[in-house]
Design a protein around this ligand. Structure first.
Ligand code: CP
Ligand code: NVA
Length: 323
């Protein structure tokens, strides 16, 4: 069966099949190989991309902007200091207007509903560059990075240690469940992922063969191919930082925790930015087990692959926007 993703948005991986995600991972690998071989293409010539940011970003913004621009596309960065988005103008109206001017839209911000409204009303592909709920482009790069160390992701064990209900943990939960990756969330009881997500992921895991485990015990990393962590207080949760430091102290990824895997070849993953001395010790992120910098690079290759796969062919005008 051939995979066609033309015109598709990426609000999260919830509505994507394992086969579609596999297609994007294979395309990402090809894009990276082309880049390493110094091949230059102009596959986004004549196309435009709106980059909407309510929250700060280094990797996501730079990955979208360079991946699109180096292939001849024209990215336009728009922070909420620049445009109306839900304040003086409704998100629906902004979507209608942007859909008439841009080939695609990326949104980073607070509400998942904003991505969904932009996708529903613009008529062009909309990519979620991080919301409070999900960070889908991140975890495609994470699975790519896992495969670079261990080959096909199915049957590998990935453990997320830390804030088990944040956007990165939730997105890993979904993509691992769909791709047959054994996924363990190691988190205190007060930071468990919500039951609705657990139920949905369990359903996909039953089909893909992924084993799902949720535990408060850091010993759960035993046998892990990859140990993953993220900041203890995400963007927008700064007021919770001290409370989280007290709660998550025992979950810091340091050498003692990495040793609990019982493997010398386990890798360490982090989406970045990292707060060294909190969720990860400085020696681990800089050490031989860390793949954090490969992950960051892979953001660009995977984001380029997502845009190549979803942007409509040349000559097709945007504009099945809802009026
Ligand atoms: N990992 C990630 O999304 O990084 P930025 O916040 O810098 O985009
Ligand atoms: N959970 C983090 C991810 C940053 C890429 C946050 O939302 O701030």
């Amino acid at each position: 069966m051939s995979v066609t993703l033309k015109g598709r948005s990426l609000p999260s991986w919830l509505d994507y099949t394992g086969e579609e995600i596999r297609y994007l991972l294979d395309l990402s690998k090809k894009v990276k190989e082309e880049s390493k071989a110094g091949k230059v293409f102009r596959r986004f010539t004549g196309k435009t991309l709106a980059l909407l940011f309510e929250k700060r970003s280094t990797r996501t913004r730079c990955a979208f902007e360079t991946a699109f621009g180096e292939e001849g596309g024209h990215p336009v960065f728009l922070s909420t200091a620049d445009i109306q988005l839900g304040a003086k103008e409704s998100i629906e109206d902004t979507a209608r207007v942007l859909g008439r001017m841009f080939s695609a839209i990326q949104f980073r911000g607070f509400r998942q509903s904003t991505v969904e409204i932009l996708a529903g009303y613009s008529g062009v592909p909309v990519y979620n560059g991080l919301t409070d709920q999900f960070h889908p482009t991140q975890v495609l790069a994470d699975i790519m990075t896992l495969e670079e160390s261990f080959g096909p992701a199915g049957g590998k064990k990935l453990c997320f240690v830390g804030d088990g209900r944040n956007n990165v943990a939730r997105s890993l939960f979904v993509i691992c469940s769909k791709m047959g990756v054994h996924f363990t969330v190691i988190t205190p009881a007060s930071l468990l992922p919500d039951q609705e997500l657990v139920d949905r992921c369990s359903h996909w895991a039953a089909k893909s063969g992924a084993k799902i485990r949720i535990t408060e015990n850091p010993d759960g990393v035993e046998g892990a191919d990859a140990v993953y962590t993220d900041v203890w207080a995400s963007m927008g949760e700064e007021a919770k930082r001290e409370e989280r430091k007290a709660l998550l102290g025992p979950y810091q990824v340091n050498q003692a925790l990495m040793d609990k895997t019982g493997r010398k070849d386990s890798i360490f993953l982090h989406c970045l930015p990292a707060v060294k001395g909190e969720e990860v010790s400085a020696d681990i992120i800089a050490g031989p087990q860390s793949r954090a910098w490969d992950q960051a690079e892979n953001r660009k290759h995977t984001i380029k692959a997502i845009m190549l796969a979803t942007l409509p062919p040349d000559g097709e005008t945007p504009g099945s926007a809802r009026e």
